[in-house]
Structure formats: C-alpha cells, structure tokens
Design a protein around this ligand. Structure first.
Ligand code: NDP
Length: 299
C-alpha cells in the first residue's frame, strides 16, 4: 500500500486564501489591520525561524505581526510585566498575543503564559482557554491540535467511533488534541488513548489505532510494525538530525516504511507545521473580530 500524503502546505494555502478577504473586510471596518504581537526571548535559532514564518504568513493574509525581541537574561517578573503591558495595549493595539516557546530555563513559563489576557490568547495556552476546551465549549484552541483536527476533517477521515491513539501528553499538543478528538461533533467522537514515556508496551497500543498521532520529539520513533494496516498516521514531531554533514528535519514517524502500511500519512516538513501557522492566523482574526464586537457593545 502506498499511503496518501496529507499535504499540510496545500491546505494551509487554502485556509490563507479564504482568510485574506475576511481580514481585508475587517480591516476596513476597524480602520486598521488585525495585529498579532509575538514575544520572542533569547536567540534560539529554531524559535526565531518559527516566528519568522508566522510573521510572513500573517503578512500574506493582511495581519500585522510585530515581534518583541527580549534578551535571554530577562527575568520572569520582567517578562510578565512586558506581557501585561502588551495586553493593556501600551505598545499599540494587540488583538492576539503569542509568547514563543520554549522560554529560557530560568523563566517560569507558566507565569508568563498566564499573563496573556485570555481574550487575546491566540495560542490557547491560558488556563481559561484550556478549561473551556475541556468543558467542550472551546474558545481559542491550541493551534497544532486544531491543525491536526483540520487535516483529518479535510482529508475526510472519519473520527466518530474510531480509536485515536496520541503519543505525547504535553499541554500544548497531546492533551488538547485528546480533548478535541473526544469532543462531541465533527472531527470528534473518537475513543482516545493517550500514551507517554511511562506507557508500557507502546507498540501494543499504537497497533490498535485507527488514527495514530505522534507528538513526542523523538526522530522516527513510530516504525511500520507499530502501525495497523490501513491506519491514518499524523506526524506532529519536528526533529533536526545530522545526516552525513548536513542537517535535515524529520518527524516522529519513519515515513517511507509507515507509508507502505498506512492509508494516509502526514509528512515532515509540509504536514502539520503549516497548519499550526494557519490556525494561528484564524485565531488572530477571531480575536480581532471579537474585540470589535466587544467595543461595539461597550459604546
Ligand atoms: P513535549 O516534550 O512537551 O512532550 C513530549 C511528550 O512525549 C511527553 O508527553 C512525553 O511523555 C512523551 N514521550 C517522550 N518519550 C516518549 C516515549 N519514548 N514513548 C512515548 N511517549 C514519549 O513535546 P511537545 O508536545 O511540545 O512537542 C512534541 C513534538 O512536536 C516535538 O518534536 C515538537 O517539536 C513538535 N511540535 C510540532 C509542532 C508543529 O507545528 N508541527 C508544534 C509543537 C510541537 P512524558 O509526559 O511522560 O514526559
């Protein structure tokens, strides 16, 4: 079997093309483009590159993205106060606020993320948004989890009654994705298993998956013998490996052999990554639209 390749780039382009005219209309209504403020701490090359691609995508659809670059030596208190000031629009209107992770080890990331006002939390990491998602009334959904669900919906993959196995239980990917796939309605109603580093016999669990999602951060952890024939496999992992003097990106899934047994597989790069960015644009647009509604109601 040669699996269908789930093309995240193509879907992200479609999402951008749908969004651009809506952003243009909102820009006319509010008299300025929606604005995303990204807080980038330190000089981690991967983070800088993710921020660059988020800013470029924002520009393509007409959203302004401004990056606040902050020195690695900053403290938790300084960062919290910067994020709070951005949240009070002291640095211009901030419809969406995103703190690029990871933060340096000496910073309390939780405290910084909690400082983002929930109604501008376009990454969906604030406990209010995490709580709303867990109660089945989502507001801002974490972008990667939303992107995976979008990819499944777009590919016509049925989730209802299926067994979805997620490898990884992080707050930013695994957990929100488990909630989404187990939620009621389209793209949900799955029976969800969540695996992690203490799961015994991982292979026995993954072999039962109709839909297998890897969000671990270990190159090619998921091998063909761990995949049920005909399963849909989504690879969230992004790992840089050295290969004969050059470096390249690989996912958590051993793509070619897995594609021989699976029905569909998402590639890395070009799979979930572009959709994460597209969902961020959608969240930022929604945040700006809701803000307009709030200001209208306050008048
Ligand atoms: P975390 O490191 O926060 O979480 C990794 C998870 O994998 C943890 O739950 C951990 O278990 C589990 N794990 C580790 N080793 C094993 C193992 N041997 N078997 C089973 N489970 C294991 O990572 P993130 O969730 O932030 O990211 C996961 C991957 O996804 C990374 O490669 C990251 O770069 C990528 N990513 C990609 C995005 C995209 O847009 N495509 C966006 C965000 C992340 P435990 O909880 O027990 O430690």
């Amino acid at each position: 079997m040669t699996a269908q390749r789930l093309d995240g780039r193509k879907l992200a382009k479609t999402i951008e093309n749908d969004l651009a005219p809506k952003v243009a209309a909102l820009t006319r209504e509010i008299g300025r483009p929606p604005r995303l403020v990204v807080v980038l701490v330190g000089d981690v090359a991967a983070s800088a590159s993710y921020v660059k691609s988020k800013a470029a995508a924002a520009k393509r659809v007409g959203i302004t993205a401004d990056v606040f670059s902050i020195q690695e030596s900053t403290t938790t208190a300084e960062l919290v106060s910067t994020v709070e000031a951005i949240g009070r629009d002291e640095h211009g209107p901030a419809d969406g606020i995103l703190v690029q992770l990871p933060l340096p080890d000496h910073v309390d990331a939780r405290a910084v993320l909690d400082a983002v006002p929930p109604d501008r939390d376009v990454d969906g990491f604030h406990p209010v948004n995490a709580g709303l998602l867990s109660q089945g009334r989502p507001h801002f959904i974490p972008c990667t989890a939303a992107g995976v669900q979008k990819m499944l919906l777009d590919a016509g993959v049925k989730t209802r009654g299926k067994h979805a196995v997620i490898v990884g239980r992080s707050d930013i990917v695994g957990k929100p994705l488990a909630l989404l796939l187990a939620s009621r309605g389209p793209g949900g109603d799955a029976t969800v298993s969540v695996c992690h580093s203490h799961t015994s016999n991982l292979k026995e669990v993954t072999q039962q998956a109709d839909i297998l999602i890897a969000a671990v951060g270990i190159p090619q952890l998921i091998t063909a013998d761990m995949v049920k024939p005909g399963a849909v496999v989504i690879d969230v992992g992004i790992n840089r490996i050295s290969d004969g003097g050059t470096s390249r990106l690989v996912g958590d899934v051993d793509y070619d052999p897995v594609a021989d047994v699976a029905e569909a597989v998402s590639p890395v790069p070009g799979g979930v990554g572009p959709l994460t960015v597209a969902m961020l644009l959608e969240n930022t647009f929604s945040a700006a639209k809701e803000r307009k509604k709030r200001s209208f109601m306050a008048e």
